[in-house]
Ligand binder design. Structure first.
Ligand code: ADP
Length: 494
């Protein structure tokens, strides 16, 4: 039998410690599934000031203190703290790279008030990428694979192919780089490049340069041994046009033979109405009538009046251009004519805050918004809504449509990326399908999809069929974890 692998999983956010989006869900769940398949996997993430060290059971690793990390001409110090993730019987070790001056703040990437990027994000993630490699050696733990995620870790493959290349400790380490979103690239001015200490010739078209800036996502794309992204459809999209590739489509296309689409799974010990501790009434398909109790609780919480005849349409999202809210703005009055309750949880770009606030003001009996980040409310919205809207302009994988399926909440989605791969339009003649889909990025098409959903809601027999089809789907991590393992094997000698 092949030997177990040692895998280091690098991520800038990991649930339950720090989260702004789906990357945290993936980083909290996938490593557990890999460990369950009998491989050793550990995680390293930054030690943010927002992490409650007592609640998260962090402790200092006295062996790993004051490790010198070169960042340009400076030498910065890293301390390591440790904790673990354990949802089932599986326990995964998590290390936190600590430098209070760089990470001891409440935001992950942006200032929570101004919503502006921290001006030293270059130093923060150069320190993180280089710090990880320095810490590994001090720790004496030699991974076969470093699985990097998104631009924050994009320098690691470049370091391994240059500065660390000849050191026997690092020589056999292979890298996987996973793209969770092509739109976030970690772009910094040319002047930041010297802080990486990489050989000057790497600041070029073949290296980290893109439009005369340093691009850390590009670094991962160019130097990793293999690349993945989080759905098959998105893997096609990002190499075929500027619209999805955000300027790096040619770089991705060059590596198309090394690019694999692997759909994200979901952690059914966290997102599952039969065990969910955040919702007032647990249920499964056999007791689906109990979903109504959650709908009552959700409406009461949001200040709307319960009426079973009126469907609740939910949204949980980062409020960003990507997510398709301009389509909603264009047809909000028509949506409201459909007689539904609309519940929105989200935070992000200010214009969308304003837009949803004024919609709630215009329709106080039908629209309720919460413009914050609230995990408990996210669970209640999944359990208490009848339908869930994701009209994304692009969507690498998307998790909420998958959570919705499990909660018997019917997804209405645009046919892009992972949304297209995971949701099938319901066909009343054959009784197949799990939701409602529209193709073109167009508010009329979206409105028609919502109309089809509301119409079907009034046909209880078919509605129950859609719910049943969705709840029967299995998007657990196991099969995707096996695909990652096959990929790890394909690039190591073990
Ligand atoms: P993205 O990573 O692009 O934000 P995903 O659908 O992959 O989108 O993942 C989003 C994750 O973040 C989901 O777990 C979702 O429930 C969560 N989320 C997004 N916004 C909020 C919010 N305002 N409050 C609580 N959870 C949120």
């Amino acid at each position: 039998m092949a030997k177990p692998l040692n895998v280091l999983f690098l991520s800038s956010e990991v649930d339950p410690f720090a989260k702004t989006g789906g990357l945290a869900d993936v980083s909290g769940a996938l490593p557990q599934s890999i460990k369950e398949l009998n491989h050793e996997i550990r995680i390293i993430m930054p030690c943010y000031g927002s992490i409650n060290e007592r609640k998260s059971k962090l402790h200092n690793m006295t062996r790993l203190r004051e490790i010198k990390v070169p960042v340009g001409a400076k030498s910065m110090l890293a301390n390591v703290k440790s904790s673990f993730i354990s949802n089932n019987h599986i326990k995964v070790q998590v290390y936190f790279l600590d430098n209070p001056a760089l990470f001891g703040r409440s935001g992950l990437y942006v200032h929570p008030e101004t919503m502006k990027d921290y001006p030293d994000n270059d130093e923060r993630f150069i320190f993180f990428s280089r710090g990880v490699l320095e810490v590994l050696k001090k720790m004496g733990w030699q991974p076969d694979i470093i699985h990097c995620n998104d631009w924050q870790t994009g320098l690691v493959p470049a370091y391994l192919k240059t500065i660390y290349k000849r050191d026997p400790f690092y020589k056999n380490i292979r890298t996987v780089f996973t793209i969770h979103n092509m739109a976030y690239q970690g772009v910094f001015p040319k002047s930041s490049f010297s802080k990486t200490s990489l050989p000057p010739e790497l600041f070029s078209e073949e290296g980290l340069e893109a439009e005369n800036n340093m691009n850390l996502l590009k670094s991962g794309l160019v130097f990793a041994d293999t690349i993945t992204t989080v759905s098959e459809k998105y893997a096609e999209e990002i190499r075929s046009s500027e619209e999805y590739g955000f300027g790096l489509q040619d770089v991705v296309n060059k590596r198309k033979n090394d690019l694999t689409g692997i759909i994200n799974g979901i952690d059914y010990s966290v997102w599952n109405p039969s065990v969910d501790e955040f919702i007032p009434r647990k249920y499964d398909f056999k007791s689906i009538e109990l979903k109504r109790e959650n709908k009552k609780a959700l409406l009461a919480k949001m200040g709307l009046t319960f009426d079973q005849k009126i469907p609740v349409l939910g949204i949980i999202s980062r409020l960003a251009d990507q997510k398709g809210f301009d389509l909603i703005r264009e047809v909000i009055d028509e949506i409201m004519k459909l007689r539904l309750h609309f519940v929105i949880l989200g935070t992000g770009e200010k214009p969308y805050h304003k837009m949803f606030e004024s919609a709630a003001k215009a329709y106080p009996e039908n629209i309720a918004v919460d413009l914050s980040f609230n995990n408990a409310l996210a669970h209640l919205i999944e359990a208490g809504s009848d339908m869930f809207l994701m009209p994304s302009r692009y969507e690498p994988c998307g998790l909420n449509q998958l959570y919705s399926l499990k909660y018997g909440t019917v997804p209405i989605v645009r046919a892009t990326g992972g949304l297209d791969d995971t949701i099938q339009e319901f066909n009343p003649t054959t009784g197949t399908g799990t939701g409602f889909k529209f193709k073109k990025y167009d508010s009329r098409e979206m409105l028609q999809a919502i109309q089809r959903a509301v119409q079907m809601y009034n046909d209880p027999h078919n509605w129950k069929k859609i719910i049943k089809n969705g709840m029967a789907k299995d998007f657990s991590w196991e099969s995707s974890a096996k695909k990652y393992l096959r990929l790890y094997r394909s690039i190591t000698k073990k």
